[in-house]
Design a protein around this ligand. Structure first.
Ligand SMILES: Cc1cc2nc3c(=O)[nH]c(=O)nc-3n(C[C@H](O)[C@H](O)[C@H](O)COP(=O)(O)OP(=O)(O)OC[C@H]3O[C@@H](n4cnc5c(N)ncnc54)[C@H](O)[C@@H]3O)c2cc1C
Length: 374
């Protein structure tokens, strides 16, 4: 007999879980509180970002997830761009870290290149040449346009994998395979809760016992006046070298962090590192800051956006960029260094959460992996 499963939440984690359950033979229903996904999964850069993942399992999960993204996108007509990425260096400490990472990543077999100043400018003329020393190019990064990709994946799962999605319905309570919603009680053989940053509502005690918090990020979107303006790749400044786990492998990273602490204290205290991705509409998504805690001020700080823009100007020519939108997003973040958590909370009820700033990069393959144990 076919078993049925209910997934709570239609963000990327819920969608990836539903997909993986279908391939395990379950008939799947997703229940999503909002009329469409409006959480972290549509508020991000759309960066599928293997370069940020450490060698071994995490990098493999990122590459497998990227493959699944592309497979779904090709089938469903979803836009993506294998844009790659560059991390730029404008001082000696950044340049040393980048050279160290290049050697490490090359020895791991990653698709990386070390570009000198001329090499960067030749390929990416929008990068600011003044004081530029060089950059680390990586060929593994892909950009999706999350606002459109996430609903399109939901459509694809419904039309192609026969997954049902009930939007606009809150799950109020789960108990013994019974899922209580606003208007109906559903029964399932398996329930997986993928409720993202809203982790206080269902099984609050389980979450309270986790090393979990929330991270709020401020973001901006620009458009260039010229319709064919193209930055060519995803651009990152040196501060991003302090952000991703894979970069911890560089022996000189601590020295670089010390420099930032003394030269850029406002950036360090607001968790700011600056990246730009460009989508199929020509829009330039720019961010971001990182503030941690269970309750966040709902308002955006103009000062933080100014800091981000000031730093951006250091590595990118932003003349004629027009601000289109600003927003913030929040994701659930584990504070114990783990990449996710997947835990049984009752017979046949599990929670899957905590992918932090890497949900777009890791969800598809991580969902497959965690479900292997069921
Ligand atoms: C600004 C920003 C930039 C980011 N950039 C990147 C990036 O470039 N690359 C990357 O890999 N990651 C990035 N991330 C991280 C990534 O977006 C998250 O890891 C991921 O979206 C988390 O997915 P999720 O499904 O857990 O959460 P969400 O997308 O928030 O989805 C959770 C869903 O559960 C629903 N829900 C909650 N409770 C209930 C309930 N009781 N009943 C029914 N439905 C419920 C919510 O309505 C919501 O739709 C970024 C995040 C942010 C905020």
């Amino acid at each position: 007999m076919i078993k049925n499963a209910i997934v709570v939440g239609a963000g990327i984690v819920g969608l990836a879980t539903a997909r993986a359950l279908t391939y395990k033979g379950y008939q799947v229903k997703i229940i999503e509180r909002s009329d469409k996904a409006v959480g972290a999964s549509i508020r991000n850069f759309g960066m599928v970002w293997p370069i940020g993942q450490p060698a071994g399992l995490q990098f493999e999960l990122a590459m497998r997830s990227k493959y699944i993204w592309q497979e779904i996108a090709d089938k469903a007509g979803i836009w993506y761009h294998e844009a790659g990425s560059i991390h730029t260096a404008y001082n000696n400490e950044e340049w040393v870290v980048i050279q160290e990472l290049y050697e490490i990543f090359k020895s791991e077999g990653r698709n990386v290149e070390l570009l000198n100043k001329e090499g960067v400018i030749q390929r990416y003329p929008e990068v600011n040449a003044e004081n530029l020393l060089g950059a680390l190019y990586s060929g593994t990064e892909t950009i999706v346009n999350s606002r459109f990709a996430i609903p399109a994946i939901a459509d694809y799962l419904q039309s192609t994998l026969n997954i049902q999605i009930e939007f606009g319905k809150s799950v109020l309570h789960v108990e013994n395979n019974l899922v209580y919603t606003t208007d109906k009680v559903y029964e399932a053989d398996l329930v997986i809760i993928c409720n993202g940053a809203d982790f206080e509502t269902l099984y609050p005690a389980i979450f309270q016992a986790q090393s979990i918090t929330k991270c709020k990020l401020q973001m901006m979107r620009f458009k260039h006046r010229a319709p064919d303006y193209n930055i060519g790749t995803s651009l990152c400044g040196g501060l991003s070298l302090t952000h991703y786990d894979s970069f911890k492998a560089a022996p000189s990273l601590d020295k670089l962090k010390e420099r930032y602490k003394s030269e850029l204290p406002d950036y360090v205290s607001n968790g700011i590192h600056v990246m730009v991705s460009q989508n199929n509409l020509g829009e330039l998504t720019v961010g971001d800051s990182h503030h941690y805690g269970l309750t966040h001020d709902p308002f955006d700080e103009a000062e933080i956006n100014s800091l981000i823009l000031k730093y951006l100007k250091g590595f990118c020519n932003i003349q004629d960029w027009e601000l289109q939108q600003t927003w913030n997003g929040t994701y659930a973040k584990l504070t114990n260094g783990a990449s996710h958590f997947f835990q049984q909370v009752e017979k046949n009820v599990y929670v899957f959460n905590g992918l932090g700033g890497c949900g777009m990069t890791l969800s598809f393959a991580t969902a497959e992996m965690v479900l292997e144990s069921i």
